[in-house]
Design a protein around this ligand. Structure first.
Ligand code: SF4
Length: 556
């Protein structure tokens, strides 16, 4: 089976020491990316670790496809113990980092310990350098990029950085790369903040040699370049009106499912503000959305659809430029736009201030700096809902993506069981339900669909393939088999082990069936949970037996 190559680099930021470890066996079994990082995190982060403690570890990992010349591979994976969900979380960012990361020769970089000074860490194929950067304390993400460019002649594509939100331990702070691409969900920016790491740079000239089928690479690349998919013009926002018409666009802090002004913030409105094409490295599909509004002096990348929901419909904001402004602020401060938007929407609900864009922008700033109400909202909805008297719309403390599970019942089940909580990318069961191939109502047959799609997503994030390759049909199962040199079922089996290790780790932290719940009724969910656990050979209480993972992981 095709897999990433290169040693693991461990960086102890407290001791300022590094070690290299051969992880060929782990790479052979888990491919790379989310898979191998989950295996390492499972075995190396103590089950009782504090997410903000020195024993938590953060992993950046590449897959084998990052050495290809094929579209849909400009992505990297990041894994760690989440301060938001209190379980293992992996998150995936695009941009141009992946090739520079591979040039260092490492397959995985692991951070551990806590530094007593704010650090930038420079990873090259020629050694690791620690730089104290007290002058970057509180700096916004673009300022960190500018500093690295000025002092080290590095580009935005060499860098990951946190903004003030990460330094201030906002539980849904993200890690940014290329200024506008985010390792978004689960608060790994706050994990870097807790380690006092402001920035890591990657550069070198020692990429591993990984051979893969040339025909598939060129076919996929050519089809990406010539596709007439609407995503190439409008990115993920192209689905806004369809989703709204389907009554699955959460609106007014989840009180409603349909936003009457969705057309003012959806695909056409965003495309009108788009001023050039943009992509991730090597990707000819180029679905990114650089936008600007000259009148108000706003320039950003996006909003993507999830931000149209979180900072638009869910707040009754109907001006696309206001949503662009929120997007720009989140990128600068290093905040996950889904969780931040939901947290602000909850605040608007508590204050009866829906539609107040000025208050939204002020509140985002307060969250990033933990000022006033921002200090409360920075904890995430699950931790502040009671205090503000609002409903807790989260699963496992993770704020919901759009695609309402009360309408898309299979997606609702997926939110409930996902180890990451209320996130749509964990299985993307929504795609099957939107396609009309199955009825979105009811849960019959859905546990098997959720299980298979979770396994697919986990191997895809290990490979690493952009989720939009499958979503657009531009990479199919046969091509995956040829690229990875094995049966598709073998790839799903890797994905299944990844999901199982996440679950097992979370079980050891006390999580079980009681955490696989939704904040609303979903008819038939208890039977569906039974069926889902049975399909996975797990216990009826949602736990993974130790002996199941004994073969491929440490269990104590
Ligand atoms: S499809 Fe879009 S998000 Fe995916 S790699 Fe290409 S440009 Fe990046």
């Amino acid at each position: 089976m095709l897999h990433a190559e290169g040693p693991l680099l461990t960086i102890d930021v407290g001791a300022r020491e590094t070690t290299e470890t051969n992880i060929d066996d782990e790479l052979a079994a888990f491919i790379g990316g989310r898979g191998v990082a989950t295996k390492l995190a499972h075995d190396r982060i103590p089950f009782d670790a504090d997410p903000f403690g020195s024993e938590n570890r953060a992993y950046l990992a590449t897959g084998p496809l990052q050495m290809s010349s094929m579209s849909f591979t400009g992505r990297m994976s990041m894994t760690g113990l989440s301060p938001l969900t209190d379980g293992l979380v992996s998150t995936n960012a695009g941009g141009y980092l992946s090739r520079n990361f591979c040039d260092t020769g490492y397959s995985v970089v692991e951070l551990t310990g806590v530094s007593d000074e704010l650090l930038a860490i420079h990873v090259t194929d020629d050694g690791i350098e620690f730089e104290e950067v007290a002058e970057l304390e509180g700096a916004e993400v673009p300022a960190v990029t500018d500093y690295m460019s000025e002092h080290h002649d590095l580009e935005a594509e060499n860098i990951i950085a946190i903004g003030p939100a990460g330094e201030n331990l906002v539980r849904y702070a993200c890690v940014m790369t290329y200024n506008s691409r985010a390792f978004g969900r689960g608060g790994l920016g706050a994990v870097l903040g807790s380690k006092n790491v402001k920035c890591i740079t990657f550069a070198g000239d020692s990429p591993p040699e990984i051979e893969m089928d040339e025909d598939v690479q060129s076919t996929v690349h050519r089809n990406a370049a010539t596709s007439d998919d609407m995503m190439r013009r409008q990115g993920t926002t192209q689905g806004t009106e369809f989703i709204n018409d389907n009554f699955s666009l959460p609106t007014k802090y989840f009180e409603e499912y349909h936003f009457e002004h969705a057309d003012q913030i959806g695909g056409d409105a965003v495309e009108e503000k788009k001023y050039k094409k943009a992509a991730c490295s090597v990707c000819a599909f180029a679905c990114k959305l650089p936008t600007r509004d000259e009148e108000r002096g706003i320039e950003t990348e996006g909003p993507e659809f999830e931000t149209v929901f979180s900072f638009g419909s869910n707040m009754l904001i109907d001006d696309v430029v206001d949503v662009m402004k929120s997007n720009e602020l989140c990128d600068r401060y290093g905040l996950d736009t889904i969780s931040a938007g939901n947290a602000v929407a909850a605040y608007l609900a508590a204050e009866d201030e829906f539609g107040n864009a000025e208050l939204v922008h002020e509140t985002v700033e307060k969250i990033a700096h933990r000022e006033g109400i921002g200090d409360i909202l920075a904890e995430g909805i699950a931790r502040f809902a009671e205090e503000l008297g609002v409903r807790d719309y989260t699963v496992k403390n993770m704020e919901f993506a759009a695609h309402d599970g009360r309408v898309l019942h299979g997606q609702g089940l997926s939110y409930a069981v996902a180890n990451r909580g209320g996130d749509h990318m964990y299985s993307t069961t929504l795609r099957v339900e939107y396609s009309g191939k199955i009825d979105s109502e009811g849960l019959e047959g859905k546990p098997e669909i959720v299980r298979r799609r979770e396994d697919h997503a986990a191997f895809r994030d290990s490979g690493i393939v952009c989720a939009f390759a499958g979503g657009t049909g531009l990479i199919n199962e046969d091509q995956h088999e040829i690229l990875f040199g094995c049966d598709y079922d073998d790839l799903l089996a890797v994905g299944s082990r990844v999901v199982e290790l996440e679950r097992h780790f979370n079980n050891k932290r006390g999580k079980n069936r009681e955490d696989d719940t939704l904040p609303y009724d979903l008819p038939g969910i208890e039977d569906a949970l039974d069926e889902y656990y049975e399909l996975r050979d797990w216990n009826a209480d949602g736990t993974v037996p130790d002996e199941t993972v004994d073969e491929y992981a440490q269990t104590d």
